[in-house]
Design a protein around this ligand. Structure first.
Ligand SMILES: C[S@@+](CC[C@H](N)C(=O)[O-])C[C@H]1O[C@@H](n2cnc3c(N)ncnc32)[C@H](O)[C@@H]1O
Ligand code: SF4
Length: 352
């Protein structure tokens, strides 16, 4: 039996559920599907994820009503922030219906979605009307040729830019732009990207190339430390740190001293932030993970399909969280020689 107070049926949080290191569960990232219309080499390289690759079958994926049941339980245990992701979540044409149901849950104060942006323009209004608060759009460069390469020869840069514009018009703001930076690949185009979005109200977040999963041929020498980027940016447009806006926020925030807005740095490799990590992840096949770099998780789909009620699901979820001790990024050796040893779950599967 879990030591945690059982959830109250009205979804009111009775006491914060904290893990073994005293970190509350606050965020749930929900991967809707493992498929994607891109093949970004740092996530789903084409050589591994080819035409014959077997993605999850429909019956293996959680249905929306199953997702809702799990989210209700998670909210009753303290989750207040939800993010829909994948794979590419907008490949699921019924996402607005799911958003509408999630938006009605009492206790959810942040409802967001991460997308590569290609299918966003035609869906932005429907998502906003359904109650989505904001979107994060991944965009690694404005250089057409490099963009094409970094999407695995699938992406159309103009469509992504139209998606960002449509999201802004629909009120899904502030739009955050996620940019993975790889040395020798797109790091020389970062300033152009920042210049484009400076003063637009959108917030670019520069992400260190991470050793998620085991299939992206990660190499430490392709990581550009955020510190180095801050220095490069500061030379062009002076910036100052403004700190995180809430405990557990992944990005360290900066602002341009000339008032042209904010930018963020996600430095999981060089400045790990496990200490305040409040994120749980639900994979597309219903496995609960407590760390982005996890090697194993706990199925919620199996007990749910075997008839578990809400109280039982809450018991499983809380016992997993109470035992949680993950702090992978902090334990990664400085030379990162221990990263390939672990059989980590791929990011497209558990949700970025
Ligand atoms: C896995 S994707 C899923 C959502 C959607 N397909 C997208 O690309 O926005 C979520 C985020 O993870 C980031 N990501 C994927 N692999 C990464 C890696 N190896 N290092 C850093 N970020 C990564 C992507 O750039 C994206 O912003
Ligand atoms: S980062 Fe997103 S868009 Fe790129 S392959 Fe992974 S899931 Fe697809």
């Amino acid at each position: 039996m879990s030591a945690h107070t059982p959830p109250d049926p009205d979804n009111n949080v009775t006491s914060p559920l904290e893990d073994a290191l005293g970190r509350p569960v606050r965020d749930l990232r929900i991967s809707l599907l493992d498929r994607c219309n891109f093949r970004c080499p740092y996530c789903m390289p084409e050589s591994e994820f080819h035409r014959d690759y077997q993605f999850l079958r429909k019956r293996e994926l959680l249905a929306h009503d199953e997702i809702l049941r799990i989210v209700r339980v998670a909210v009753s245990l303290g989750v207040t922030k939800l993010r829909l992701t994948g794979g590419e979540p907008l490949l699921d044409k019924k996402v607005p219906d799911l958003v509408a149901a999630l938006a009605e849950l009492k206790g959810v104060d942040d409802l967001a979605l991460t997308t590569n942006g290609t299918l966003l323009a035609p869906m932005a209004d429907a998502l906003a009307q359904a109650g989505l608060h904001r979107v994060t759009v991944s965009l690694d460069t404005l250089d057409e040729k490099i963009f094409r390469e970094m999407s695995g020869n699938r992406g159309d840069l103009q469509k992504v830019l139209q998606g960002i514009e449509a999201a802004e018009k629909a009120g899904l703001s502030p739009v955050k732009i996620n940019t993975v930076v790889q040395r020798g690949i797109n790091d020389h185009t970062v300033l152009d990207l920042l210049e484009h979005f400076r003063g637009s109200g959108h917030i670019v977040r520069l992400i260190e190339f991470m050793d998620v999963g085991n299939r992206n041929a990660w190499r430490m020498d392709q990581v550009v430390p955020s510190r180095e980027l801050v220095d490069r940016i500061h030379e062009r447009w002076p910036v100052r740190a403004i700190g995180r806006s809430y405990p557990g926020e992944v990005a360290s925030r900066y602002e341009y001293e000339d008032g042209k807005g904010q930018l963020g740095f996600i430095s999981s490799v060089t400045e790990p932030f496990c200490g305040a990590c409040s994120r749980a992840r639900l994979s597309a096949d219903g496995v609960l993970y407590t760390c982005l770099f996890a090697t194993a998780g706990t199925s919620l789909r199996d007990p749910l399909r075997a008839g578990a009620d809400e109280a039982r699901l809450a018991e499983i979820l809380s016992s997993v969280w109470l035992r949680r001790k993950d702090r992978y990024s902090e334990l990664r050796r400085p030379d990162a020689t221990n990263t390939h040893v672990l059989k980590k779950v791929e990011m497209y599967r558990m949700g970025g």
